[in-house]
Design a protein around this ligand. Structure first.
Ligand SMILES: Cc1cc2nc3c(=O)[nH]c(=O)nc-3n(C[C@H](O)[C@H](O)[C@H](O)COP(=O)(O)OP(=O)(O)OC[C@H]3O[C@@H](n4cnc5c(N)ncnc54)[C@H](O)[C@@H]3O)c2cc1C
Length: 395
């Protein structure tokens, strides 16, 4: 969204410029995770986090809550693109993300955060996809990743789900209530004197004032030597550097009312494009189908459309017939940031090195952002980060 002269309340209220060491823009899982790791450094840094709406109003508060390992494609394709060693490194990065979340944040709060570690499934509706999943299974087995293969019969029995010829189960994956998780991360440093949160403070300009950056928000101005953009899908709205690096992509989703337990765990289908899971409180959540309307499912509008919402309902009726006709209580969408190669991006803008950034999670931020935030803090303190997340790969 753009900000008019009249909406810029810092002008009419004549607010003082505030000074911080670091300003993080964006209150999603990436911004909050980065703040967590910054505060952990215990360097006495004064950190401000500014968010245009409320915390989690972006993709983080609108996702399906899968915390899955790997990336947007089946493992055999990841190996095809990167080779086995790099593919394993990418996989291990997301395993480490989950472990860090469990050790630092979730600990004994599984129930409170609706966290479950039931694994996740990838289901094939064609023999062609199943043959890719079998290849993935073999490769993963060789590399020591915990995975199980399933035939049609066991999918029907264990998931009450029909129309799939086979699949694999990634045994270590998890799921969570994404907003409760975000709030839990924040609770670790929210009260700290060196941390300040500014919600409803859209940033509309970043200006250079001598050696500092001046961050103009609707509610005030902040000066700091370092700015971190954690704006993911919205990044191009704030800086042109991202226009050919992080693409805003809409994802649509719906939820039913609470139902008896029918699904053993979260599921992906159709080459990771479509997905469904059941929450611990019984709601079935189904998302995907942006491939039906690639031309409309881009940009910044978080409307829902009939074409995709109808496709989601058809999917539910076809594949989970026991809940056919059930009430749909929520329909929504969110804006994701897709990177050019599907991997996250952590770095600074080459022409403007005081602006750091984190994003490009390509529909997998819950499985990547906590560790990516740690990487960004490593970068700030001149510690090495993995090549495949470093934005230097695009230079
Ligand atoms: C329907 C859907 C389902 C998904 N399902 C999953 C899933 O199951 N598992 C998974 O891992 N991932 C999933 N994702 C992707 C996941 O939600 C994202 O990868 C993740 O939330 C990205 O987090 P983020 O903090 O980088 O971005 P966001 O959560 O989008 O946060 C960016 C924040 O920046 C703020 N902002 C933007 N511009 C400005 C500005 N100018 N000034 C101030 N603030 C600004 C925004 O308001 C926003 O809050 C899904 C996404 C969608 C939309």
């Amino acid at each position: 969204m753009s900000v008019s002269l009249w909406q810029d309340r810092s002008k009419t209220r004549d607010l003082e410029v505030q000074n911080f060491d670091i300003v993080i823009i964006g209150g999603g899982i990436a911004g909050i995770s980065t703040a967590y790791w910054l505060m952990k450094e215990d360097q006495g840094l004064k950190v401000a986090l500014v968010e245009k709406g409320e915390l989690a109003c972006g993709a983080t508060g609108r996702n399906a809550g899968f915390i899955t390992c790997g990336s947007v494609e089946h493992f055999n394709r990841l190996v095809g693109t990167h080779g086995a060693e790099k593919a394993l490194e990418i996989w291990k990065f997301s395993e480490e993300n989950l472990k860090l979340l469990e050790d630092h944040i979730i600990k004994e709060k599984e129930q409170k955060l609706q966290f479950e570690r039931k694994g996740s499934f990838s289901l094939a509706s064609t023999y062609e996809e199943f043959s890719e999943l079998k290849k993935s299974y073999d490769l993963m087995n060789e590399l020591g990743i915990n995975v199980e293969i399933l035939d049609q019969d066991s999918i029907e029995k264990r998931l009450n789900t029909y129309g799939f010829v086979g699949g694999i189960k990634y045994l270590d994956d998890a799921s969570v209530h994404p907003v409760l998780l975000l709030e839990e991360i924040l609770s670790h440093f929210k009260e700290s004197d060196s941390f300040s949160l500014f919600e409803n403070s859209e940033v509309f300009r970043i200006e250079q004032i001598k050696e500092l950056k001046r961050v103009h928000t609707k509610s005030g101005k902040i000066d700091a030597p370092v700015v971190i953009m954690a704006t993911n899908g919205y990044s191009t709205q704030l800086h042109p550097y991202f226009s050919d690096k992080i693409y805003p992509t809409r994802g649509q989703i719906l939820a039913t009312g609470p139902l008896p337990n029918i699904l053993e765990g979260p599921c992906y289908a159709n080459f990771v494009l479509d997905y469904f899971r059941q929450t611990p409180t019984g709601e079935v959540v189904i998302g995907g189908f942006r491939q039906l309307k690639k031309d409309t499912e881009v940009g910044y509008s978080d409307e829902v459309t009939d074409v995709i919402q109808d496709a989601l309902v058809d999917f539910l009726n076809k594949h989970i017939p026991s809940i056919k006709g059930t009430d749909i209580t929520h329909r929504w969408s969110g804006i994701m940031g897709f990177s050019a190669d599907g991997q996250p991006m952590v770095g600074s803008i080459p022409s403007d090195p005081q602006i750091y950034f984190i994003g490009g999670f390509t529909a997998h931020g819950m499985g990547l952002a906590f560790k990516s935030g740690k990487c960004l803090v490593d970068l700030l303190f001149d510690r090495p980060i993995p090549e495949f997340v470093s934005a230097k790969r695009f230079v």
